[in-house]
Design a protein around this ligand. Sequence first.
Ligand SMILES: Cc1cc2nc3c(=O)[nH]c(=O)nc-3n(C[C@H](O)[C@H](O)[C@H](O)COP(=O)(O)OP(=O)(O)OC[C@H]3O[C@@H](n4cnc5c(N)ncnc54)[C@H](O)[C@@H]3O)c2cc1C
Length: 316
Amino acid sequence: MTAPQWSTPTVVPPALFDKPPNTIAAPVTLLDSALVRLLPAVPKPVVQLFSSRYIAGATLAEAVECVRGLNDGGKMATVDVLGEEITHEDETRAIAQAYDDVFAAIDEAGLDSNVSVKLTALGLDLSYELCRENLLEVVRTAAGYGNFVRIDMEDSSTTDDTLRLYRELREDGHDNLGVVLQARLRRTLDDVQALADLRPSVRICKGIYLEPGTIAFTDFEAVRANFVRCLDALLEAGCYIGVATHDEWLIGESLARISQRGLGPLAVTSSSLRDIGCASTSPSVSTGTATRCGGCKRTRRWRGQSRRRLQAASSG
Ligand SMILES: Cc1cc2nc3c(=O)[nH]c(=O)nc-3n(C[C@H](O)[C@H](O)[C@H](O)COP(=O)(O)OP(=O)(O)OC[C@H]3O[C@@H](n4cnc5c(N)ncnc54)[C@H](O)[C@@H]3O)c2cc1C
């Protein structure tokens, strides 16, 4: 495979191009593909077994231990209380309140971790205002602990509301709030330009939701190319950027672009999900760049998240 036109070949270890794009380790692909197809019929303990690769624990205590392990390995972490497919207001309030315990635990254990939130877990599908209230509660609690909240980006039906809510809270002075943008979406470069005046803290990722070609790039190299375009635009806008990818070519490109601009090592955070993902970003630790790994607290609603991770892995 040859490097794409827009690459900076000198910074990419040639070995990275030996692997075909858009693949994942064979055992994972075969096993996970089968599991995804069968998921509705698979007993819960079996799904839990496989999802444990992606999800840190069922309890806060387990998440704390997971984060402590990551911190001991020189990695920062982010904790996500999973709770999608919410149907009642009370459930959304419970999720928001659960973050109080997370912040308290992070503080008490002296962990290097912030949190991520999913707006659907905070009620976005029920009511924008309800979601706004819940998010505000989480953000204010975080501020009380000197901590930070990042809004995960979900499927494209939520993008407008997510970016609107992000802007509203930032304009109200809540600076301890970041957002995620997905390189897969065709709109993302425009979103970067539109957000630039806020100098947002952005986690940039490819996007885990498979979206139609009308709104998303579906070609592997086109997603990569858009990732780099968006990264450049974010750097141009002076943003703090978290690079959330296991794609070593993209990690190399990102680190090269940061160093070309003479930015300090903490200007970018290579993000990874726990377990095998952490291993894939370890080169960035050796360059002095902090690595952020995702640790998640699992609630009883972890199944959708597990399914999506497995679907993403099996589709490459
Ligand atoms: C910290 C973090 C936060 C994220 N937040 C969001 C979000 O808010 N919204 C969203 O839509 N998506 C999010 N994602 C998912 C992301 O968008 C991608 O779907 C996911 O990271 C897989 O794409 P990739 O960039 O790693 O590259 P891919 O092209 O999928 O994979 C590149 C290579 O990495 C390896 N790989 C792939 N997946 C994994 C894995 N799970 N563990 C280890 N190695 C792997 C494979 O060998 C593959 O060949 C997040 C990912 C991470 C790591």
